[in-house]
Every structure is written in C-alpha cells, then in structure tokens.
Design a protein around this ligand. Structure first.
Ligand code: PMP
Length: 490
C-alpha cells in the first residue's frame, strides 16, 4: 500500500491519507477484507503522528469503507458488489463538503460580521459592537401607512419583479437626494443595490483581477477588506491622520504599486469616525486624476452630521468621472430593508448591472417601494433631523461615561456617524478584555478587525453608540470598566 504525503499541501495530512486509501479501495487496489497496517505502523512509515492516522481511519469508517475488530485489526469492508445489495435508504454516503470547496473559499475568512449579528440577537448582552440604527427610532407609523397604501394601490407592482438597476421612482428620489449632496446624476447613472455591501461587491467583481492592488485607509471597514481579499485582490493600507488619508503616503504607494482602486470612507469613517477635510478631498481628487487611479467612495454615514458643516462628497468634486460613489439607507432608515445605491458613469452602470443580475436579479421590490414612498412623502427629511438629534445625545452620553470611568482611554470624537474609536494609552490584551466583557454582558469590536495586516496587535476598540438605549450606554460602560478592572487584578 503506497501513500504519498505532500507536506507543503494545504490539504491536511489526515485527509491526504484518507483520500488515498479511499481511492485504492474504490479502484480495488486493496480488496475487501484486506488488513490495513496498524495506526502506529502506518504513522511510522509515513513519518506522521499516530493520531493523524487514527483520524484518517475514523473518517474511512464513517464512510463505511473499513472496520476494526479486536484480533483482526483494521480491514476493508467495502466491495462494489455490496452496492447492489445496499437498500436505497442507505444512500447517499456522507459527503465531506470541506474537501470540495473552491480554492477561494478555502481561505479562512473573517466571520466578524456574522458574529456581530449573532451576538446582537442574544438579548442579554449590551451591544456596542454592531453598526445598527436605534430600533426605538424606527419610523414605524410612517412605514405602517406606506405599507397599507402599497397593498391597496400597488399590489401588482410590489409582487412583481423590478428592473435590474432599480425601481424608476426610487431612482428619481435618489437623484434628488444626490442633488442635495451637490452631485448631479441622471437616472441612468444610478443603480439600486442590496446595501452598499453589494455595491462594493459588483464593483470589485467587474473591475478587479486576482493580485490587483487596492489601497485603503488604515484602518478601514472590515467588510471591504474581506471582500477585496476574497476576490483575490491585494489590499494595502494607507495611514490616516485627523484629516483623513495621508496624501504623501498615498502618492508614494500609488507610484510604487500602481493600484487598481483607492477605497475611502470620507464621512464619519468606519471605524475611526474621522471626517476627511475639504482640503484633503481636493487633494485626493487631484492625485487620482494625476495618476489615473479611480476612487471608490463609500458614504453610508454622510447624512448623520451632528455638528459643523456638511462637506461635499468626492463625487461632487469629480469633474472627470474618477469616482464611483456608494451610499445606503441601512444606517439611516433600516439595515434590514437592504437598499443602497451606486452613482457611476452610465457605461459603468451598464457593466455593473451584469453582475447585479447574476447575483440577485434586482433589489426586493417591496423594499424599494417602501423607501421610495418614504422619500416621496417627505418623511425622510423630518426623520433625519430627528435621528441626528438623538444620536448626538447618545454620542455625548457615551463620551461622558467613558471620560468618567476611563482615564486610560483616548477617545476620537466624531462629528457624525455611528462610532467612537478608542485608544488605550497602555498596551493591553484586547482579546482578553473582549472575553471578560462578553462574560460581563457587554461587547465591542476589537480594533484589529479593521487592520489590513492579519493578526496585527491593537490598542483600539470600536464602540457603537446608536444602537444601545441611553440607559444601556451607562450600564454597558460600567460593565466595560469592571471587565478592565478584572483584567488588571488577574
Ligand atoms: N460600507 C461601510 C463603510 C459600512 O460601515 C457598512 C456597514 N457597516 C457598509 C458599507 C455596508 O452597508 P450596507 O448595510 O448598506 O450593505
């Protein structure tokens, strides 16, 4: 029985051994009743641990190919003649899905988004982790009215499909919204997406080849980092200062790497909360034109300004169409309705719609109609005013509570958005703090999820202030303090 081990392979050793024995059984190189070497012998001859062979044999037993008996050892029980005798309800044999994954899905992706959503569901933990609007403020009455009207007057429409690039009425409303953001876009330059996350996905699928380089602010939104990496792109971080991405380093990295895209979040950046200054906005537009590198501008938080003046998005400064602009209703109206949009040149929208239709045909028609009516009826503007006031209060409360309880934290106060980015002055093990915090009933996201380099140590944590109730903010910060004290004591 000859088995070849490839030690450099990504396939675990026990799977290699198991697969080769399985193949020999199926191809009758080793017949029924053949006695396999003992686990110790095979381990020794292959120079692997006995436990590795034990695992391979266990899997072969689960597949019904071998068995063990005291005195007889481990032997083959499979024979293809047996197949005709097997009752149909014994099929199919168990399939090991992890052996047939595509190359790209074999990577161990960060599951932080999933984890945050799940923790969020458990009801006991105070969550400072998610990027979720306040459930108390959801515009329930308005949506109740809208839904009733839609069911009365547009029932056929809401149960039907929509155009791939989006519901026409909604696109008209988005066009008006964009004018308010100083961007003049035609209907044909707008595509409705299932949140900004899908907007990003179709852009990357349309333009990015494996090994292309994408420059991003460091730190940045983990959903973007993971997405870019999953499609084979190389992601390189550009440090930020209090005015946004560092232009000097950006220019150096552009010259060095000739990236495919620059990805930025100019308004109330996730996770740092930083607002890119107006000067920086002009500079990045200039650099992008100078080197011919397009920009992906991700702007889900732009409406949530709590103080100071609103700055124009990069798209508003973009005279030569270098910017693909993304935005979303997730952070302002509802994450669950899954409605966002892209503004891009018409020919780009046409190309992007190809992947859009292959992914999900179009955004849910009911969601598009609900948001469209919310905008058309004029509810949106009133609602934004209301949540701005509430979120500013929550932000200030969280800062006050942190300042009261933590002398060892530097807080980045954002002008808007969802997050406080907090830096521990002394090095602490954030992983241990998170574990203790979860035990004490509060959670947050560790700063290292937002870094491009894997396993980078961090002194940062990100706290969301929009989702928790005000009283939960007070209790949650106390629980965080308790968790840090417990850590210092041990
Ligand atoms: N971009 C950024 C910067 C985000 O923070 C998020 C959500 N946290 C998204 C995109 C995805 O948002 P959506 O729900 O619209 O897909």
């Amino acid at each position: 029985m000859k088995i070849n081990i490839e030690r450099d392979s990504k396939v675990p050793l026990y799977v290699q051994i198991k697969n080769q024995i399985r193949d020999m059984i199926y191809s009758k190189i080793i017949p029924k009743d053949y006695v396999l070497p003992s686990e110790r012998e095979l381990g020794k001859s292959l120079d692997v641990n006995r436990s590795t062979v034990v695992k391979s044999y266990e899997k072969l037993k689960e597949e019904g190919l071998i068995s063990s008996q005291v005195g007889k050892g481990t032997y083959v029980i499979y024979s293809d003649e047996d197949i005709s005798n097997v009752k149909s309800n014994e099929f199919p044999k168990s399939l090991f899905w992890d052996e047939i994954y595509s190359e790209s899905s074999k990577n161990n992706y960060n599951t932080v988004i999933n984890e945050i959503m799940n923790i969020h569901d458990n009801g006991k933990t105070i969550s400072f982790a998610g990027g979720i609007p306040s459930p108390d403020l959801f515009p329930k009455e308005e949506f109740n009215k809208i839904q009733k009207n839609l069911l009365k007057s547009k029932v056929e429409e809401i149960f039907s499909h929509s155009p791939v690039t989006g519901h026409k009425g909604l696109k008209k409303e988005i066009k008006k919204l964009m004018l308010g953001r100083e961007v003049r876009a035609s209907i044909k330059e707008i595509m409705v997406t299932s949140g900004s996350q899908q907007g990003l996905d179709v852009i990357v699928r349309t333009f990015v080849n494996p090994n292309d380089i994408i420059l991003v602010e460091e730190p940045t939104f983990f959903g973007a980092i993971e997405l870019f990496k999953s499609l084979g792109a190389k992601v390189i971080g550009v440090p930020m200062d209090k005015c946004g991405i560092r232009i000097d380093i950006l220019e150096y990295l552009i010259k060095k790497h000739k990236p495919k895209f620059i990805y930025v979040i100019p308004n109330f950046h996730n996770p740092t909360g930083i607002t890119m200054s107006l000067e920086r906005r002009y500079e990045i537009i200039k650099i992008s034109g100078k080197y011919g590198i397009p920009i992906i501008e991700d702007d889900p938080y732009g409406e949530l300004l709590y103080e100071g003046d609103a700055l124009p998005p990069l798209k508003a400064l973009d005279r030569f169409n270098y910017v693909l602009y993304l935005s979303s209703f997730s952070k302002v109206i509802s994450l669950g309705l899954r409605v966002g949009w892209i503004v891009a040149p018409e020919r780009v929208i046409n190309k992007l719609s190809m992947f859009k239709q292959l992914t999900d045909l179009h955004v849910n028609t009911l969601s598009q109609n609900m948001i469209c009516e919310f905008l058309r009826e004029g509810y949106y503007e009133k609602y934004i005013k209301k949540i701005r006031i509430e979120y500013a209060l929550k932000r200030d409360l969280m800062i006050k509570e942190l300042e009261k309880s933590f002398k060892e934290i530097e807080i980045y106060k954002p002008q808007g958005g969802f997050y406080l980015w907090c830096r521990f002055e002394k090095k602490i093990d954030i992983k241990v703090l998170l574990k203790k915090s979860i035990t004490n009933g509060v959670n947050f996201v560790s700063g290292n999820f937002f870094t491009v380099k894997d396993k980078e140590e961090t002194r940062f944590i990100r706290l969301n202030f929009t989702y928790p109730k005000k009283e939960e903010i007070i209790i949650g910060i106390n629980r965080l303090r308790k968790s840090l004290d417990e850590m210092i004591e041990t």
